[in-house]
Design a protein around this ligand. Sequence first.
Ligand code: FAD
Ligand code: SF4
Length: 496
Amino acid sequence: MTEPVRQPPAVDPRPIEERLDHPLGERAPITPRERMTILRQLMPEQDADERSHNFGEVNLGLPEKLAILEAERCLLCKNPTCIDGCPVRVNIPRFIDLMARGDMRAAADSLLDDNALPCVTGRVCPQETQCEGVCLRGRRGDPVAIGYLERFVADWAASHPNGAPANAPASTGRSVAVIGSGPAGLTAAGELAKRGHSVTVFEAFHAPGGVLIYGIPEFRLPKDVVKQEIERLEGLGVRIEPNTIVGKTYTLDELRGRFDAVFIAVGAGLPVFMNVPGENLKGVYSANEYLTRVNLMGAYDPNSDTPVLKGQRVAVVGGGNVAMDAVRTARRLGAEEAIIVYRRGEDELPARREEFHHAQQEGIRFELLAAPVEVLGENGWVTALRCVRMELGEPDESGRRRPQPVDGSGFVIDCDMVVVAIGTRSNPLLTASSAGLKVNEWGYIETDGAGMTSIPGVFAGGDIVRGAATVILAMGDGKRAAAAIDAYLLGALPAD
Ligand code: FAD
Ligand code: SF4
């Protein structure tokens, strides 16, 4: 384990351990000047060489004393911009202040009140572009490590369960079907259950969690953490029906007939391919299939029955979080060389900076400004990826500089496996079988300001509305839709 490197400056001549060595909540108040002198704490992490051969979690979490020290860096601003930076509007200074005072139970209650999956978001949210990106403490020095603190309090709450909620809400007698158990569906389900509605979640896979379970690998988000969060929601009364594909097992119409309202949160999990020659050779996976085999089907466990190729030289095409997860997974499954092939440069990589740095530390090779033009093979199996060098031209509609091939720059990357991680789109299985459900030109469901679709009483949110986005944006949709569904069920929105 690598110990945190940065330590606080001498605001107090005593070492940290001594300074914090007294009953929680009984410390002398800390002055704003002192808060400004404490440096941001670093996350302890598993050694890079060691972790590139195992699936154990990379980030190990702050020890309690350093978490409290980090909490003391928060200025408890009168107008906290961090809350505006959070798509589910967690009251960040409130839970941080409570933890700094040593009242972990109250901090946990405050956080859980705002956020249905804090153990998850504390690990995978891009805080650097959200709450931490607008934290006022960051104007002079580093922002407060809000994500680390969220993870600390959430993990504390998970290891100190509170039992069943003291005052279960009175039943409203109304029922809601939620389709899909990713972050959007789970958040909506929890919020609706808290309001006294009867909620059933229908999930196509045998295990709930969506991308949190089948996509994001164990070394970033342990499955036990996700399971525990789901058990807490079940404790609120949410029922989950796995192995149920809506559009096959039941139609949307049937569910609309059985329930008072429906929330569709089926994600956007259909892989996009490169459309280059040789892409159907054996040894080419979509990232979706590769990660599902490894995570959901347990192929990372040497005793698992799930077959998965263990390439020695693996090329992963793409530069987002999915590509980083796939390439780091290949490394852990024994690849001597695991390579990212991305058509833009380092500054344009869409993956979180932390994932990029972790990948670099783990010895991942980066072939940037390179685009595949053909998958080469022998006897039906992949042997190499033919690529061209790219250069960045004028910005495109997205504002990013457009990559253009450089004439005569062809080169070959030898590899025995290729993983395509260049994006996903909506799966038409449910939408195409649901008459009257309006979708846009890319197949994503259209909703009004309240999240209601073209079918009265049927709401939608998460990636199936936005296109592939983030966990917290999906959760924000789930939270907003739950409020709108509640209003609809209680007659405040127009009924059908
Ligand atoms: P999903 O999580 O996709 O869940 C949809 C669920 O619906 C699935 O369980 C699916 O099986 C089920 N379903 C689909 N069709 C049906 C049907 N017809 N009937 C019943 N059930 C159905 N975001 C971040 O913020 N940080 C990250 O670090 C990050 N890393 C990622 C890594 C990977 C590998 C991937 C793939 C995505 C990552 N994302 C990350 C994006 C994020 O996970 C998604 O934006 C988010 O999960 C979308 O949530 P959702 O609830 O809309 O859908
Ligand atoms: Fe604390 Fe930063 Fe939020 Fe201010 S903006 S309350 S310093 S986390």
